[in-house]
Ligand binder design. Structure first.
Ligand SMILES: [Zn+2]
Length: 435
């Protein structure tokens, strides 16, 4: 590949993506960030509790907690054209506060956490950590949900000095999940455990007793960066999988008067198995499809005909080859950074790709003039999975698993290529156009 400096449009795309990720520290913030873009582009809200009336080329979205479905209805009946759905997940692995998080020990106020999904725990040490989540508040009219994002450093997980952990570089940093992940919040003497709730209340300008419950996540405060001599890489937390959410959203915003109904599907809880009302194994996607079908007067066999003609594109990040660890990769399927999105295969159906769905994706890549790569995990290593096989099985849709290559998946600071998500967006533009 020849480029003297990374393409300016790709840099613009990367900056926009990093800003999106920085304003989306939790699944609920990610949904809010996406909804803001959708509303600016004329998408209007639908609610699962209300009845829907849909017109051809209508632009709508539906929120269920940290999950979101946004769609543009086609000019033709889905029974004749099928749906095109591109999906990704809004959650990232990390640490979440326990309900009684605050506890005093030896003059320090600390916060207890649970591990969410499979983060590289060592990457949480010695970082300037903030907090973000949602708080359920008592108000005059009942209970109100409010998002909170404390983007300045307020908590910390100090590493153990090497003088007390002499073989840390040979053995790696091992952290006990119960005893060694407590975050330091404050060192003031004579603090009480109520101080944490008071702190959150002051951030929200409410009374501590009005806070009924909260979901609070630990997040890096460092903003994303573009790095490399030619500005060829990005670094930030949550590239997995907000980079994919961003690509799908950008492609969806460009959809104009399509023939087919096109849908962006964004799920929570992928990192913990997807088995929830907001996860890809839950009813959200099939409920929304059923509602769209009914509102477009598709019943019985016609609704099933629509599904049978449909395609699902599962977008999640892929593992780029890291030359410091060559033995970790399948030698014939090394993914290079900035060499195009990857199509992911797994014989045990951890990825849902088959030759049919792969060929369709390759065709879109060719039409968009975008290079692509093919990925298979080492046969002697357990392969991760995605929402692809789950949605594919539940909806009975042919599915391709794809995504941009990245380094350090599930680190607090992941890296990817500037070009790959930009290219992926071009392919999704093509796919959602009604190919
Ligand atoms: Zn992922």
């Amino acid at each position: 590949m020849t480029y003297s400096k990374t393409h300016p449009s790709a840099i613009r795309h990367a900056r926009d993506m990093l800003a999106f990720i920085h304003s989306s520290p939790t699944p609920w913030h990610a949904v809010a960030s996406m909804v803001e873009c959708l509303q600016e582009d004329g998408f209007s809200a639908l609610h699962e509790t209300e009845s829907w009336a849909l017109q051809p080329h209508g632009r709508h979205y539906v929120i269920r907690g940290g999950a979101l479905m946004a769609f543009v209805t086609g000019g033709e009946s889905p029974a004749e054209t099928g749906f095109v759905i591109a999906g990704a997940h809004t959650d990232s692995p990390g640490l979440r506060l326990k309900p009684h998080a605050a506890h005093l020990s030896e003059g320090l106020l600390r916060l207890g956490v649970e591990v969410y999904g499979g983060p590289i725990l060592a990457t949480f040490t010695d970082r300037d950590l903030g907090l973000a989540g949602r708080v359920q508040k008592r108000t005059e009219n009942g209970i109100q949900t409010q998002l909170i994002h404390i983007a300045r450093p307020v908590v910390r997980l100090p590493n153990l000095a090497i003088h007390m952990n002499r073989d840390v570089n040979e053995q790696g940093l091992k952290l006990n999940r119960q005893t060694e992940l407590n975050l330091i919040f404050s060192g003031e003497e004579a603090l009480s455990t109520d101080d944490f709730k008071a702190f959150i209340a002051s951030e929200l300008a409410c009374a501590p007793e009005d806070i009924l419950a909260m979901d609070m996540l630990v997040r890096d405060t460092q903003e994303g960066a573009i790095w490399g001599a030619r500005e060829e890489y990005v670094a930030t937390g949550q590239l997995d999988n907000l980079a994919s959410c961003h690509s799908i959203l950008q492609a969806l915003l460009k959809v104009d008067a399509p023939r087919q109904t096109v849908i962006g599907a964004f799920f929570d809880h992928e990192e913990v198995g997807s088995e929830s009302h907001v996860g890809a194994s839950g009813s959200f996607v099939s409920d929304v499809l059923a509602r769209i079908s009914e509102a477009l007067f598709l019943h019985g066999a016609d609704a099933l005909r629509a599904r049978a003609r449909s395609t699902f594109i599962s977008v999640d990040m892929a593992h780029a080859w890291n030359p410091n660890f060559p033995a970790a990769y399948e030698p014939q399927h090394r993914l290079r950074m900035n060499a195009g999105p990857a199509i992911k295969y797994n014989a045990s159906q951890r990825y849902a790709t088959d030759s049919e769905s792969a060929a369709r994706f390759i065709h879109w890549c060719e039409e968009a003039d975008v290079p692509y790569q093919q990925y298979v995990h080492r046969s002697d290593l357990a392969c991760g999975s995605t929402i692809g096989p789950l949605v594919s099985a539940r909806l009975g849709m042919s599915t391709v698993d794809v995504g941009a290559p990245m380094w350090s998946m599930h680190s607090l600071r992941e890296s990817a290529g500037v070009l790959d998500n930009w290219w992926l967006t071009k392919v999704l533009d093509r796919a959602l156009e009604g190919g």
